[in-house]
Design a protein around this ligand. Structure first.
Ligand code: 26Q
Length: 824
């Protein structure tokens, strides 16, 4: 049985041919042979064989875009959480089964081979993974697009546990090279930094500004091909690496300073050295601002170089050809940088330049948390980017004096709120206001979030420009998050609704006809069970914990943050444990609570929560009295490739953020499409998931957004719940004993303190009872195995909306106005 490929670009490629190609590359590209090749060499050779098709698609695509002088979107993001590329590229080219057979003939297991690849973890979490899903969709939909970001030497840290505590280790994803990136020295850029601005007069007596930087950094582009599904279009993710400028370096070297020149090298290379591991907190560090400017400036110069190859000095078509999407405010310094390039470097008048800018940029907001809203001190801005600060002042002056004054004459209070500059002890540049003022459209990432962006974050901007603020609900790519990660479910879907679903996820709706079919239910749940058996092995391997695949697998995977409330999950686990100890016959289906989460290295309470979960796990997992009814597993080093193993095995998806805090969530979508039942609050995209799958197929609990506001307004006191609910009191008091930390009482006390003296800012105690009741509903539902199977099937069936292709189509129709060009 020889596999054949389903797609035109790889039609007629046989396993035999692919095998020959792997062996050829093993010899000719990687200098080894079939007898002595390591697993890594096999992987490299397979990647080289695969890349022949990738590069062919890449040339065809880039030529097609060039010949048609296409309008393109440029997705600017500090983060692209790509994960592994081998399996994804094989799937998208239709070569997975061919490669599997070829490798099998060579005595190599493809699963072992793909495990050789390090994750490309150039992102923290949701925002970075969204960027990765979006560029997959853009290529799949034949849309001209470039992703622009930073070529970090070290991605997000690797997490280890030592005695239950998180330890961070550096991630070196490309230490021994990476077969999926191409260096493009012909497209190097030079980026100025620091220095001062000179004010001069031109021959007409007009003021001109000249920036005299005292540093120049070289930006070296690395291109990662982005293979669309069916392999026709291959777009580019261009990541900039920083180096010392040769010119500058030689200057210093010749002036006598080897050591100075070496220091210049180190400082320049520091810019792209490491991804900042904080999400949802702004640290305000100089190096971070330089990272933001460095990659934004490199990318804009790259775009302008390409534009001028065709249009020379005719700037009138720039915004018709170029759309730039800002992934949160992180790249917002691109706005004053484009103004600087147009006004200072290309001598275009301010008004024309500003019109171009506003037509070019759009901005996506991903958070309402005040601590995540970026602000830079004016002092720092002036030091690093003196000319940009002047430009920001001028943008601000015109905006306040013309637009705000026209709408609200004489209203200084509104001016103070809308100003890009926050006045105070330390004056600050507000990147959110800059982004809104400089953009064409601003979007939130789920309906409820976008409504809050309008009503709570930017109400005056919404009044000023009623068309500017809008919603685009997030989505995820079904290629990676169903097809590649869940092959058994994918095969069942293929048999049931045909093979077109990866590009048209609404086709899954047809599965609803089978939701009550006993035979189909069995097949569906058998697949879930097999996936759970697979995960059981991973759990054993990583933690040495034995779990029973017939238990409910209840999964919470996301960054660790108080607002995501992993500690609410923990409180409930402890309450269950207590109930089991008090009554060994307490009626519950056995459950395994599984966590995956990294904490920002400086976030002490988040790290304490990880420690507490691990300590409770130690105790619970080894307590004979509860007869294996409860297990707790914290898998270390949660990342994309681990998510791919966990998600297909989930029965229950924990989406329990405080209402109003989770902008969208995207893990919620991945889990539901793979047949997990959501237990969740009415927050972010959970609301839309519940609407799509129907209220019988999710378990909703907790305060709503409006109720959260009301409770806070009325003066929330967690103590009322502590004294009012004896289970809550007992569980919180447990944290202060040494029950889970023998001989060391108080090690877990910070959690109790944050929930009582700390005021419980995320309302864990207020939602506890409702959550515990919802968990009882989950238990009852699981015991009705037919009802459960029906709900699980309907979750997969009704998640079509959450395909990232639909999100991208929304952006295309309402924001980017792009046309598709299929590569020729
Ligand atoms: C800001 C300043 C300085 C350093 C770091 C940061 C920073 C970095 C990353 C701030 C925020 C982030 C990441 C935010 C994020 O991942 N947000 C998530 O975005 C997802 C995609 O839209 C949503 O689904 C999630 O709800 C949202 O939390």
């Amino acid at each position: 049985k020889s596999n054949t490929t389903p797609f035109a670009v790889t039609a007629n490629v046989t396993a035999e041919q692919f095998k020959d190609s792997i062996v050829k590359h093993l010899n000719a590209t990687h200098g080894t042979d079939v007898n002595k090749a390591s697993n890594r060499s096999w992987w490299n050779a397979t990647a080289s064989a695969l890349n022949e098709y990738v590069y062919n698609g890449l040339s065809n695509t880039q030529r097609t875009y060039f010949e048609n002088d296409t309008r393109a979107v440029h997705y600017f993001s500090l983060e692209f959480l790509m994960g592994r590329l081998t399996g994804n590229n094989l799937h998208n080219l239709g070569l997975f089964n061919v490669a599997k057979e070829a490798l099998n003939d060579l005595g190599i297991d493809i699963e072992t081979l793909v495990d050789e690849e390090e994750d490309m973890a150039l992102g923290n979490g949701g925002l970075g993974r969204l960027a990765a899903c979006f560029i997959d969709s853009l290529a799949t939909m034949h849309l001209p697009a470039v992703g622009y970001g930073i070529h970090y030497e070290h991605g997000l840290f690797r997490q280890e546990f030592q005695q239950g505590r998180q330890i961070e280790r550096p991630d070196s994803w490309r230490e021994y090279g990476n077969p999926f990136e191409i260096c493009r020295p012909e497209s190097v850029q030079e980026i100025p930094l620091y220095g001062y601005v000179e004010t001069k007069f031109d021959e007409n007596g007009h003021i001109v500004k000249q920036w005299h930087p005292n540093r120049v950094i070289k930006g070296v582009p690395w291109d990662v091909p982005v293979v669309g599904y069916e392999g026709t279009n291959v777009n580019v993710l261009r990541l900039w690496e920083s180096r010392a400028s040769d010119f500058f370096n030689w200057d210093v070297f010749n002036a006598g300073g080897y050591h100075d020149s070496h220091r210049e090298n180190v400082e320049a290379e520091t810019i792209s050295k490491v991804l900042y591991p904080n999400d949802e907190t702004d640290a305000g560090k100089e190096l971070r601002l330089i990272q933001q400017y460095f990659f934004s400036a490199c990318s804009l110069k790259d775009i302008i170089r390409r534009y001028r190859r065709v249009h020379n000095d005719d700037w009138s078509k720039f915004s018709a050809q170029v759309a730039v999407q800002l992934n949160d405010t992180h790249p917002a310094v691109a706005i004053p940088e484009l103004m600087r390039l147009l006004v200072d470097e290309y001598n275009i008048d301010w008004d024309t330049s500003w019109t171009i800018c506003r037509e070019t940029f759009s901005y996506t907001n991903h958070t309402l948390l005040p601590e995540a809203l970026e602000k830079w001190s004016v002092r720092l801005f002036e030091k690093v980017l003196p000319r940009h600060l002047e430009i920001i002042y001028e943008i601000n002056r015109r905006f306040l004096e013309e637009e705000v004054e026209a709408k609200w004459p004489g209203d200084d209070e509104i001016k103070a709120k809308l100003s890009i500059i926050e006045e105070g002890h330390e004056r600050m540049v507000r990147m959110g206001n800059l982004s809104v003022i400089g953009s064409n459209k601003v979007n939130g990432v789920a309906e409820v979030h976008s409504a809050l962006v309008k009503s709570d974050l930017f109400p005056e901007f919404d009044a000023l420009w009623p068309e500017k603020l809008t919603n685009v609900t997030n989505g995820v790519t079904p290629r990676r998050w169903i097809k590649a990660c869940n092959p058994k479910l994918s095969a069942l879907i293929d048999e049931t609704v045909g093979t077109e679903w990866p590009t048209n996820l609404e086709l899954l709706r047809d599965l609803d006809k089978k939701a009550d079919d006993a035979k189909f239910q069995k097949t569906f749940m058998d697949i879930k069970h097999e996936n759970k058996v697979e995960l059981t092995k991973v759990i054993k391997d990583l933690t040495d914990i034995d779990v029973d695949p017939s238990a409910i697998f209840d999964i919470q995977i996301k960054r660790l943050h108080e607002y995501k409330r992993q500690h609410l999950n923990l409180l409930h686990i402890m309450a269950l444990y207590r109930r089991l100890l008090q009554n060994p016959d307490y009626d519950m289906h056995p459950r395994v609570f599984i966590f995956g989460a990294k904490a920002a290295p400086g976030y002490a309470l988040a790290k304490d929560i990880i420690y507490a979960i691990n300590k409770v796990a130690d105790k619970v997992n080894n307590d004979e009295r509860i007869k294996g009814k409860l297990k707790v597993v914290f898998l270390p080093n949660y990342r994309v490739s681990l998510a791919e193993k966990m998600i297909p095995a989930a029965d229950v998806s924990e989406q329990i953020s405080t209402a109003g805090k989770e902008a969208s969530g995207t893990g919620n979508m991945k889990l539901a499409m793979n047949g997990a039942i959501t237990i969740g609050t009415l927050d972010g995209a959970n609301i839309e998931i519940a609407e799509e799958v129907g209220e019988d197929n999710v378990v909703i609990f907790g305060l709503t957004v409006d109720e959260v506001k009301a409770v806070k307004k009325a003066g929330y006191s967690p103590w009322d719940y502590y004294y009012g609910n004896q289970e809550i009191k007992a569980v919180l008091d447990w944290f202060e004993t040494d029950y889970f930390t023998p001989g060391k009482p108080g090690e877990l006390a910070s959690i109790k303190h944050s929930l009582l003296d700390g005021g419980d800012p995320y309302l864990c105690l207020a939602d506890f009872e409702s959550y515990a009741k919802a968990q009882e509903q989950v238990d009852a539902k699981y015991k009705d195995s037919k009802g459960w199977a029906r709900s699980a099937i309907l979750n997969t069936a009704y998640m079509g909306k959450f395909n990232s292709d639909r999100s991208i189509q929304d952006y295309v129709d309402r924001i980017w106005k792009l046309k598709a060009y299929k590569a020729q």
